[in-house]
Write a protein that binds this ligand. Structure first.
Ligand SMILES: Cc1ncc(COP(=O)(O)O)c(C=O)c1O
Length: 375
């Protein structure tokens, strides 16, 4: 590992520690002001060190998106984990094994087949109700979701199952990523709360208690003004942010903690070739609804002191990217052998492509984080 980040072999994933700390502080202040607890999603980085920063001042629970993350974070001492993707019935034995070693592993269930599979797995493993992974119910996306509570009798089966300890409902407002501004994200946050609470009310009418009401995406949780009735929020991307979040108004470009350091391999009349391709940046489409020319990321100077507003990563091959200028003029200082940084569209996908993260403070590498990869 080099002493200075700009000396690192490229492409390299860099994490700005000061931005991570700032983003943590802001979300934690929002959590307190909104009167909810924060169970941050760690899929954005999958790094134990980052999660330890993220849970500062929180109750300590985290959200994961793979069983590999659940296993890795449990081994690192995280005792309260929600696995927030509907669980595959054939992986329930692993869920039981991970859950047995920690205080609580909650799983998401949205089909009666899974409820029955949980009951069978619990019986097969001699797990009692008290020891079983707790289940959450996830309303499907779209409008009119609250009707589901009564139309789908399996929800009662879930809530009344002798083996399943029904804890509550969980949703993620993925539609908030279609917002074009903070105001539209706020509208998505209001809808997320309203739909979830209407759903909770229908369950309550059917005699099903809902102790935990968990919502949250980064766009809605950076915009929300009122979360009364909600007990928990689960944003994750806010820790690192990215070019997409900056484009829809969740953050500024300076708040983006993850950048990919790349070298210029070629300079031509109207474009540069860099050594960061789809396997260093990811091909996430980005905020095309806000900027049809968003391409695959924004370009900064290697030391981050300059933002090039007219430069865009316009296309990606496996191992190289093409940078063009909206004005047709390329900056003179970016020539073959020079370095630059890319703020990619989607930090979660970009980070997942890298086996190590170089953590920087004032330009120096201060730590190396290793994510929990795989499934
Ligand atoms: C179920 C669930 N909860 C929370 C999150 C975190 O949301 P965000 O990435 O918007 O911060 C996600 C992200 O996809 C998710 O799928």
């Amino acid at each position: 590992v080099t002493r200075f980040v700009t000396d690192a072999p490229t492409p390299a994933l860099l994490v700005d520690r000061a931005a991570v700390e700032r983003n943590t502080r802001r979300m934690s202040e929002r959590m307190s002001a909104l009167g909810v607890r924060l169970r941050p999603h760690v899929k954005t980085h999958k790094c134990v060190e980052a999660a330890r920063i993220q849970i500062r001042g929180c109750f300590g629970g985290i959200t994961v998106s793979t069983l590999a993350e659940a296993r890795g974070f449990a081994a690192a001492g995280f005792g309260d984990i929600t696995y927030a993707v509907p669980v595959a019935p054939q992986r329930l034995a692993e869920v039981m094994a991970i859950g047995a070693g920690i205080e609580r592993l909650a799983v998401v269930v949205d089909h009666v087949v899974t409820v029955r599979a949980i009951e069978e797995a619990a019986a097969a493993h001699g797990v009692t109700r008290a020891g079983l992974a707790q289940a959450r119910l996830r309303p499907p996306p779209g409008r009119g979701r609250s009707r589901w509570a009564l139309e789908w009798p399996w929800r009662r089966a879930l809530a009344r199952s002798p083996q399943v300890d029904f804890r509550g409902v969980l949703t993620h407002a993925g539609q908030s990523y279609r917002a074009r501004s903070r105001d539209e994200a706020l509208a998505a946050a209001r809808e997320e709360r309203a739909v979830t609470l209407a759903f909770v009310e229908r369950l309550a009418e059917a005699g099903i208690a809902v102790p935990e009401v968990s919502v949250g995406s980064t766009p809605t949780m950076t915009a929300a003004e009122d979360l009364e009735g909600i007990t928990e929020i689960r944003p994750g991307n806010y820790l690192l942010f990215d070019a997409f979040q900056a484009a829809i108004g969740s953050c500024s470009l300076e708040d983006c903690a993850v950048t990919v350091l790349a070298s210029v391999l070629g300079r031509y009349r109207d474009h540069l070739v860099i050594d960061a391709g789809a396997l260093a940046l990811s091909k996430d489409e980005g905020p095309r609804h806000v900027d049809p020319d968003a391409g695959f990321g924004c370009v900064l100077s290697a030391d981050r002191s300059v933002v090039y507003p007219d430069l865009r990563v316009s296309s990606l091959s496996q191992e190289h990217g093409i940078v063009i200028s909206r004005t047709g003029e390329l900056p003179g200082e970016l020539d073959v052998g020079d370095k630059l940084r890319v703020v990619a569209n989607h930090s979660c996908l970009t980070a997942a492509l890298h086996a190590r993260f170089l953590v920087e403070e004032a330009g120096a590498v201060v730590e190396v984080w290793t994510p929990v990869r795989g499934w």
